[in-house]
Design a binder for this molecule. Structure first.
Ligand SMILES: Cc1ncc(COP(=O)(O)O)c(C=O)c1O
Length: 339
């Protein structure tokens, strides 16, 4: 049996989720007639504390619709270093919304001062117009780092004072909320829009939601159609999302316990550098001499990890990984390190 820690996107829908999908009441969602899509969107809006939500095919689509909503071509969007919406969305920010990104601070998270330093002066018409700020919580490249809620709120408030729109890439907002012992709605509250993934820690096969004001979501529905993301009997997919919201949000803290066990299990192995204090959620980053070669040797022992850079490796815990799996995975890493 392979233990797959490459990502929390590798989960397979459990039987009860598949049953919910099979039983789903459906209709043509482009005609606004899919009851399960409507139910998911209402539930997601409630959980995220927004007036309305829209089911979208992916986190990427959620982020890109947000950029389209908030910006015009030529505008600048302030992000943290290595933000998913800049690095891992095939250049869509530039290619579709026509925006350019300005990086604030270092390491993915930033504060009010770093936001200020990243803004173009609004009086300078010959410079890009900074129109929006997008935070990522948890931050993937920063190893599942969680924003201090007070800092995130202060950044969003300052952005609003400066006339900027605010978007939260909450692909893993469920992890952030669990780590902080708060609600997703509390973390989303300071932002105009929030995207949240159903297909990562929550284990649905497909989909994300974009939530915001009722007016923003009316417009987002149009943008989704423009992008080819309007689907017909989509309730089959939304049923999985509803099941995930119902059954998999409350358990997500288990993934954090497993991530910590894995991290503690590999700490001290020869040639492995890991900062245990940085393991906050379900993502573990550690360094070795040669990440791709190390990943290959661990894979030969039935444990899949991701080379995240020349020296950095990422391991992610999720619904399909047990406590025994993370112990076995840590043992495999130690064996390779000691070999
Ligand atoms: C922080 C973050 N945002 C957005 C996404 C995009 O999600 P998707 O793969 O569904 O497009 C991901 C995916 O890994 C992510 O980690």
């Amino acid at each position: 049996m392979v233990i797959d820690l490459r990502s929390d996107t590798v989960t397979r829908p459990p039987p009860a989720m598949r049953e919910a999908m099979a039983r789903a009441a459906v209709g043509d969602d482009v005609y606004g007639e899919d009851p399960t899509a409507k139910a998911l969107e209402a539930r997601a809006a409630a959980i995220l504390g927004k007036e309305a939500a829209l089911f979208v095919s992916s986190g990427t689509m959620g982020n890109q619709i947000a950029l389209l909503l908030h910006c015009r071509p030529g505008d600048a969007v302030v992000i943290g270093e290595d933000a998913h919406c800049m690095l891992y969305e095939s250049g869509a920010g530039a290619g579709i919304a026509g925006v350019q990104f300005t990086v604030a601070g270092r390491g993915g998270l930033f504060d009010v001062e770093e936001l200020e330093a990243a803004l173009y002066p609004s009086a300078a018409y010959y410079m890009p117009r900074t129109r929006a700020v997008a935070l990522e919580n948890t931050h993937n490249r920063a190893g599942g780092a969680v924003w201090d809620p007070a800092v995130a709120r202060a950044v969003a408030e300052r952005a609003r004072e400066r006339g900027l729109a605010t978007h939260l890439d909450g692909a893993r907002i469920w992890n952030a909320a669990a780590a902080l012992g708060t609600s997703a709605a509390a973390l989303a509250a300071p932002f105009d829009t929030v995207s949240a993934c159903l297909s990562k820690g929550l284990g649905a096969p497909v989909g994300s939601v974009l939530a915001g004001s009722a007016a923003a979501i009316v417009e987002a529905r149009r943008m989704r159609k423009m992008l080819g993301g309007a689907m017909r009997q989509v309730g089959i997919l939304c049923a999985a999302g509803l099941y995930a919201l119902e059954h998999h949000v409350a358990r997500i803290g288990e993934d954090h316990v497993h991530a910590r066990r894995f991290a503690e299990g590999i700490a001290g192995a020869p040639g492995v550098t890991i900062e245990l204090a940085r393991v906050a959620t379900n993502i573990v980053l550690f360094d070795v001499d040669d990440a791709p070669a190390f990943v290959e040797r661990v894979a030969a022992r039935g444990v899949l990890l991701s080379a995240f850079g020349p020296r950095t490796i990422r391991a992610v815990t999720h619904l399909d990984v047990s406590a025994a799996d993370v112990e076995a995975a840590a043992a495999a890493v130690r064996e390779v390190a000691e070999a």
